[in-house]
Ligand binder design. Structure first.
Ligand code: F6R
Length: 608
């Protein structure tokens, strides 16, 4: 999704802005631009396509002089990804340059209003409307003009504003789109996320919805939309620059897959004390917990698939009805939730628009909200009643890996924790589960180490355009994620199917050489899976089976196998999914795809 950066200080702004935009590349974008205030006025440069196009155009920033400016990576929503539609946008007459993330929903009527006053538009964007509205309201008082402008906007925005008549001064405003201020010495920054700031400062201020920041090299003043001053605290982030870089791996995705044991350690270890799962971050009292008669899990994409794992495990252990629902569906289906419902919201970025909307919808109906989030201080984290951070560290590759597995680990911990508090787990079983969760990092490492032939398997299968993932129960939940990983980075069509459903239609698509990836780690249904494997084999499918160490009968049926180390039967998803992430990675590599930045995708989906 779009990225915003801003800088004001005494250094040359353009190279710093360019660097910040590169750090935000992972969010997904299709054009980029920078505006810097120089002696002659605002100098604007933009280019469609990759940031390197802009970089070449401005020679790394050397062609743009000035020590304050704003930059943007655009992910098209209104109008094609062209130079004209790229941000920053200028007001007629060139007094203002402005960058914007989000969507202004009433831009058509605002545009007509401005056109009636003779204002002309060069782009198809909603953003050009905002910058011209600002110019219209400006009568020498920048703050007053900004307040008047944001009062007219409906929808979502994070704005960055540069004014020709206000050297060294930047304004940012936030509503339903992320914005973070970086506090430096004699210089200050803003950005859509921390990744663009950590190389310069680790002291940050998280802007909330309805807040506006007035920034100079020496000061940051924050006020609300009524213009009242606000006191905000500075927070210190711990992510270092290296954590946001590739560390010798060819792709961020591979680095992040390999980091999973470490990420899982960070998620789990602090939460197991003296053999007990301790979720200090979950403040529901015993009497409140007893009143919960339903758990809803909501999220998008892979986070939803982590929630689907949670549904099986929580329901099985806690014996409370659990529903997992896509946030984009839940938000519009008049959900049956009330004060007896616990809504578990799952999100790596904490900024996914549909997830935020579903969460607000359920909150308004009285549900208690528990968020499982990676990015500290993100919108979802701040809106929830309780937050369990996954502490996976920055995830840069667009396709999530450690983000997903740490979400699953938290789901497993939550299930065991709730079951214990509800008195539904015997001591012995509880200890077994806690020990199994504690060993996730080693288990995942083992799962990586014992499957060195994944690149060869990818070489064998990458030429096929249609693949199936089949499984039952928790294996089916893992199929959903395995299949999404493959599709999104290798552009191969694949479908995840509940193995028992095949014969209700889809088996018609099974033919000679069709690859079927059969997940058979849920041992309670192993015989059923064996039958499903035989059914597809009988129709000519080539079966790559994902099986637990020692299950010989499946080895004998399959063409190829991926071996998974054993753990508790309810906790197999983690060791099972990691080789599938690697399989997707090597398939995409064999197909020559842009693995870290798959086409049409964005890391943080901040529009509906
Ligand atoms: C797939 C992927 C997406 C995200 C989804 C939700 O690899 O990364 O499907 O899982 O867009 O994003 P978050 O977790 O940031 O809410």
């Amino acid at each position: 999704m779009c990225g915003i950066v801003g800088f004001t200080g005494s250094q040359s702004a353009a190279p710093l802005l360019l660097d910040g935009l590169k750090k935000l590349e992972y969010r997904g974008y299709d054009s980029a631009g920078i505006a810097v205030l120089s002696q002659e006025g605002i100098h604007l440069e933009k280019a469609a396509g990759k940031i390197k196009n802009l970089d070449e155009k401005i020679q790394g920033g050397a062609t743009m002089t000035g020590s304050s400016g704003i930059g943007h990576t655009r992910w098209a929503t209104h109008g094609a990804p062209t130079d004209e539609n790229a941000h920053p946008h200028m007001s007629n007459g060139g007094r203002f340059a402005l960058v914007h993330n989000g969507i202004v929903e009433n831009y058509v009527e605002l545009r007509e209003e401005l056109m009636a006053q003779g204002i002309q538009f060069k782009s198809e964007t909603d953003t050009e409307v905002v910058v011209n509205l600002l110019d219209l309201y400006y009568a020498g008082d920048l703050k007053a003009a900004v307040l008047k402008t944001v009062a007219r906007l409906e929808g979502a925005y994070a704005l960055g504003i540069l004014c020709k008549e206000e050297p060294g001064r930047l304004i940012t405003a936030r509503h339903a789109a992320p914005l973070i201020l970086g506090v430096g010495k004699g210089e200050n920054y803003f950005a859509s996320d921390v990744t663009a700031l950590v190389a310069h400062t680790k002291d940050v201020i998280y802007l909330e919805d309805g807040e506006i920041a007035d920034i100079t090299p020496e000061s940051i003043t924050i006020y609300d939309t009524a213009g009242e001053l606000l006191e905000k605290s500075i927070e210190h982030v711990t992510w270092d620059v290296a954590a946001a870089e590739k560390g010798g791996y060819e792709h961020f995705m591979l680095k992040e897959i390999m980091e999973q044991p470490e990420a899982l350690r960070a998620t789990i270890e602090p939460r197991i004390k003296h053999g007990e799962i301790v979720l200090d971050d979950f403040s529901l009292s015993d009497s409140e917990l007893k009143k919960i008669n339903k758990i809803m899990i909501t999220a998008c994409g892979s986070a939803y698939y982590a929630g689907s794992v949670g549904k099986y495990v929580i329901e099985q252990l806690c014996r409370i009805p659990v529903e997992a629902d896509l946030a984009s569906e839940l938000r519009y289906r008049n959900p049956l939730v009330d004060e007896h419902s616990l809504l578990v919201v799952v999100s790596q970025s904490g900024e996914t628009a549909d997830t935020i909307a579903a969460m607000k919808e359920c909150k308004a109906r009285g549900a208690r909200i528990l968020a499982i989030v990676n990015v500290v201080g993100s919108t979802i984290a701040r809106l929830a009643d309780d937050v369990i951070y996954t502490w996976a560290g920055p995830e840069i590759a667009v396709a999530t890996t450690k983000g997903y597995t740490t979400q699953v680990a938290v789901m497993d911990m939550l299930a065991v924790y709730l079951a214990r508090r509800l008195g539904r787990l015997e001591d012995g079983e509880y200890k077994t589960l806690v020990e199994a969760i504690r060993s996730f990092p080693e288990l995942v490492q083992q799962s990586i180490d014992q499957n060195p032939k994944l690149p060869e398997l990818a070489e064998k299968y990458h030429g096929h355009n249609n693949l199936f993932f089949i499984g039952r129960n928790l294996d089916f939940a893992a199929c959903l994620e395995g299949s999404l990983k493959l599709k999104e980075i290798s552009y191969l069509h694949s479908e995840a199917y509940a193995a028992g459903e095949l014969k209700h239609g889809t088996i018609a698509l099974i033919e000679e050489d069709r690859p079927v990836i059969a997940l058979a780690c849920y041992e309670a249904l192993l015989d059923k899976m064996l039958s499903n494997i035989r059914e597809v084999k009988a129709r000519g499918a080539e079966v790559l089976a994902v099986v637990l160490d020692g299950n010989r009968e499946i080895f004998d049926e399959a063409d190829d196998v991926i071996l998974i180390p054993r753990t508790h039967p309810l906790l197999n998803t983690l060791p099972e999914i990691v080789p599938l992430q690697l399989f997707a990675y090597y398939m995409a590599k064999s197909n020559g795809c842009d693995i870290d930045k798959p086409k049409n995708l964005a890391k943080s989906v901040t529009v509906e």
